[in-house]
Design a protein around this ligand. Structure first.
Ligand code: WTA
Length: 649
C-alpha cells in the first residue's frame, strides 16, 4: 500500500514541484490534511507567517496536535500488531526485540506517566543520554507525549559537553542508562552523567535504565531506576496517558549542533511543521510501501536518527529497525547479516560507514543474499564515486536506486535528494530539490548565480556558489534555544532574505545540485559536524599550549580528518607525551569524536598584519600542498610558512 501524497512518476515530480513553488501554503496545507489534529489548521490564509529578517517562521500556528498521536494512536486501528520498532542488539547472539505499534503505544504512555510522577511537565527540558536501545525511543516519545522538550545527546560526548548543554537548556531532568554496549566496548553512560552533574546542581532527577548492568553510583533523592518507576506506575494501575495538546508551533525538541563560532547551538524544532516535513520526505524519498522494513543506521543522538528512525517512519506507520551496535563488530558483515535477518527493504547509511566497510574487501559479503533490498540511501557528507559505485554494485546489485539526501540538523528533514526509482540518481549528486524547497546559489557578495535558482530554468553550463534557500519549508529551524539572535546571525544574516546553509554547491545543466562541502569553519568528520573553533578551544585549554589552529584535510575513511597546528610554551620536554595529553584533553572537553588525527607543533602561525590566522594556507599545507599556497605577501611573517612546511608530518 502506498500513501496518497506519494509522487508517482518523473512527470508527477515536476508537476508537484511546480505547484509547491507556485502555492507553497496551499501545498503544505493540503498535505497537513493527512495527519491527526486536535484542532486542524483552520484557514489557508494564516497557514504560514514568515520573514527571514528576524527570522520568524510559523507554520499552522494555532492548530493543535500531539505528534505521538500521529506516530502511535492513529495506527492502532489498522496496524496494532505491525512492528513499529525492530531492535537488533549489539551482540548478535542476544535475542532481538520487536515492539508492535500497540506495545510501543503502551510503553510510551507508561513511561510518560513515569515522567509525570517525577514532576516533569509541558515545556520542561529533558536531557536524554542513552545508547541505541528501544527505551531511548520510548523516552523520546514519552517526552513528546506530555509536551516536555527532549534534548538527546549523542553517547560519544563528554561530561563537559553534556554540562554545557544542560546549562544552556536549563534541563532539570535526565534519562540515561547504566552503560551501553558498543562493539566489544562498554560505555559508562551514567558515570559520564555523574561527572557532568558536578557542574549542574539544578538537575532534580535522573532516571536510570538498567541495561549492561555495569556498576553505577545512585544518589538518594536525585537518582532513580527506570524499572522502579515503572513498577510505581503499574501499582497506580492507570495505563493511559492522554496526549498533551500542543500548538503546531510549540517546541518539540532541542538538538545541539556545531557551528563556525562558539559553543554548539540548541537547534529548536516545533511539533507541527517538523512532523509534516519528516513524514512527507520519508514517504516520498524512499517511496516507502506499507509493510516494508526501513533500516536507518544513524544514532538517535543525531538529527538523522530523530527524523528517519523515529518521527518520519513512525508517523507513517512504518517498521523502523534500530541497531545498537557498530558495522564492524563482530565482523564487517554485520549490516549485511542484519539486512538478511530481517529482510530489510530500505537501507539508509553514511558514506563514512560504506568507506570503512569497503576497506575490508568482499569477504564480509560472502553468503549474504541482500535480495530484500529495494532502496539504498546515503546522508551526512558528500559521497565519493568509488563508494557510490561499490554501494550500487555490491550491495544493491545494480537494482536499487541510491538516494543521496542532502540536509542539515537545522532543516529538520531532507531538502535536496532524488526520489527512489522516480527521479534519476547520479553518483555524487544530491540531484533535485524536493517539493517546497527553493534553492538558490549565491557568490561571496550574495549575488544570485545565474541559472542556479531551482524555481526558474536551467543553467547553460555548470554553475557554482554558496547554497541558500529562499523560502521556508515546514521543517526549517525556528530558533536557537534561548538565543534567537544567534539563530539570525548564524543562518539569516550572511545574505539578505536567505537562509544560508554553510555549504558550497554546484548545479549542472540538467538542474542537478551537487554539494561540494562546507565553505565555513565547520568540519565534517565521519559525517559528524565539528566546529574548528570548538576543537581549538579544547586544545588551548591544555596547560602548555599557547595557541592553536585547526583545519580539515581529506581522509580516506572519515571524509575529513582533523589537523591541528599547535604552539607550545617552553615548558615541554616530551612532545610525544604532550600529544597524548592534548588528545586526552580534547576527549575530556568535547569527546573522542573531536580528537585531532594529526598534531603538528609549530613555532608560529601564519597571520595577517591585523592578527587573523590565514586558514587558507594552513588548509593547503594540511592537504599536502607544498608550493601553490596562494598569496602570502600579506602575512606578518612569511617565514612561518617555510617553517611549517619543513616540519609537516
Ligand atoms: C553535510 C546531517 C553532501 C553538509 C543530516 C551539511 C551532506 C552537513 C549531505 C549537515 C549529502 C549532509 N551530501 N553533504 N547528502 N548530507 N551533508 O547537521 O555539509 O549533522 O551542511 O545533518 O552535512 O550535517 P548535520
Amino acid at each position: 500500500m502506498s500513501y496518497p501524497y506519494q509522487i508517482k512518476s518523473l512527470e508527477d515530480y515536476h508537476k508537484t514541484y511546480a505547484e509547491s513553488i507556485a502555492h507553497p501554503e496551499k501545498f503544505w496545507f493540503d498535505i497537513a490534511e493527512h495527519f491527526q489534529w486536535k484542532k486542524a489548521p483552520s484557514s489557508l490564509d494564516d497557514s504560514l507567517n514568515w520573514n527571514f529578517k528576524e527570522p520568524k517562521v510559523e507554520w499552522f500556528k494555532g492548530a493543535k496536535l500531539n505528534i505521538t498521536e500521529n506516530c502511535l494512536d492513529r495506527h492502532l486501528e489498522k496496524d496494532a500488531n505491525t512492528p513499529a520498532i525492530i531492535w537488533e542488539p549489539n551482540d548478535p547472539e542476544e535475542h532481538y526485540r520487536i515492539l508492535s505499534y500497540k506495545e510501543l503505544h503502551f510503553k510510551v504512555m507508561q513511561f510518560a506517566n513515569v515522567l509525570k510522577n517525577n514532576g516533569i511537565k509541558k515545556g520542561d527540558r529533558v536531557c536524554i543520554y542513552m545508547g541505541m536501545v528501544p527505551e531511548l525511543a520510548i523516552a523520546v516519545l514519552a517526552c513528546a507525549r506530555i509536551g516536555a522538550i527532549h534534548s538527546v545527546i549523542f553517547g560519544g560526548f563528554s561530561a563537559q559537553s553534556i554540562a554545557d548543554r544542560l546549562v544552556d537548556a536549563h534541563a532539570e531532568f535526565i534519562i540515561t542508562q547504566d552503560g551501553a554496549h558498543r562493539g566489544n566496548k562498554e560505555i559508562p553512560l551514567k558515570n559520564v552523567i555523574d561527572d557532568a552533574l558536578m557542574q549542574c546542581p539544578f538537575v532534580k532527577r535522573v532516571i536510570v535504565l538498567t541495561h549492561n548492568r555495569m556498576p553505577v553510583s545512585m544518589i538518594k533523592g536525585r537518582d532513580t531506576w527506570w524499572e522502579t518507576e515503572i513498577k510505581k506506575v503499574e501499582t497506580q494501575g492507570n495505563p493511559i496517558c492522554p496526549a498533551e495538546e500542543m500548538d503546531a508551533e510549540d517546541p518539540l525538541f532541542i538538538l545541539y549542533t556545531s557551528g563556525s563560532t562558539g559553543k554548539p547551538k540548541g537547534v529548536v524544532h516545533t511539533c507541527g511543521g517538523y512532523m509534516i516535513y519528516t513524514n512527507y520526505t520519508f514517504v516520498n524519498i524512499f517511496q516507502y510501501q506499507k509493510g516494508e522494513v526501513h533500516f536507518c543506521t544513524a544514532d538517535i543522538g543525531w538529527i538523522t536518527g530523530h527524523s528517519y528512525i523515529l518521527y518520519g517512519p513512525l508517523s507513517a506507520g512504518a517498521t523502523s529497525l534500530m541497531f545498537e551496535g557498530i558495522p564492524t563488530w563482530p565482523d564487517a558483515g554485520r549490516f549485511w547479516q542484519i539486512v538478511d535477518k530481517f529482510n530489510v527493504n530500505i537501507l539508509y547509511t553514511a558514506p563514512t560507514a560504506l568507506r570503512s566497510l569497503i576497506a575490508f574487501g568482499d569477504a564480509p559479503l560472502e553468503g549474504k543474499k541482500l535480495d530484500s533490498l529495494r532502496v539504498l540511501g546515503t546522508v551526512g557528507e558528500p559521497i565519493n564515486e568509488e563508494a557510490w559505485n561499490w554501494y550500487y554494485e555490491k550491495i544493491g546489485k545494480k537494482k536499487c536506486p541510491i538516494v543521496d539526501t542532502w540536509w542539515q540538523t537545522e532543516t529538520g528533514g531532507c531538502l535536496i535528494s532524488n526520489i527512489a526509482g522516480i527521479t534519476p540518481h547520479k553518483a555524487a549528486y544530491a540531484t533535485l530539490p524536493l517539493p517546497g524547497v527553493q534553492v538558490l546559489l549565491v557568490d561571496e557578495n550574495g549575488k544570485a548565480v545565474k541559472g542556479s535558482d531551482s524555481t526558474i530554468g536551467l543553467p547553460e553550463e555548470t554553475v557554482q556558489g554558496n547554497l541558500c534557500l529562499k523560502f521556508p519549508w515546514p521543517g526549517i529551524i525556528r530558533t536557537t534555544y534561548n538565543d534567537h539572535e544567534r539563530c539570525r546571525q548564524a543562518y539569516f544574516s550572511t545574505y539578505e532574505n536567505l537562509y544560508f546553509t554553510g555549504d558550497g554547491c554546484s548545479r549542472d545543466t540538467e538542474g542537478n545540485y551537487r554539494i561540494t562541502g562546507r565553505v565555513d569553519d565547520v568540519l565534517n568528520v565521519s559525517g559528524h559536524r565539528i566546529g574548528t573553533a570548538e576543537v581549538e578551544n579544547a586544545i588551548n585549554m591544555y596547560v602548555d599550549v599557547v595557541e592553536s589552529a585547526v583545519v580539515g584535510y581529506p581522509h580516506d575513511i572519515k571524509g575529513q580528518g582533523i589537523y591541528a597546528y599547535v604552539i607550545l610554551n617552553n615548558e615541554v620536554n616530551d612532545e610525544a607525551l604532550t600529544k597524548q595529553d592534548i588528545l586526552q584533553t580534547v576527549t575530556r572537553i568535547i569527546g573522542a569524536i573531536a580528537k585531532p588525527d594529526k598534531i603538528q607543533f609549530v613555532k608560529g602561525l601564519p597571520k595577517t598584519r591585523s592578527g587573523k590566522i590565514m586558514r587558507r594556507i594552513l588548509r593547503k599545507i594540511a592537504e599536502g600542498e607544498t608550493s601553490n599556497l596562494g598569496d602570502t605577501t600579506t602575512l606578518l611573517d612569511p617565514a612561518v610558512v617555510e617553517e611549517i612546511l619543513a616540519g609537516k608530518m
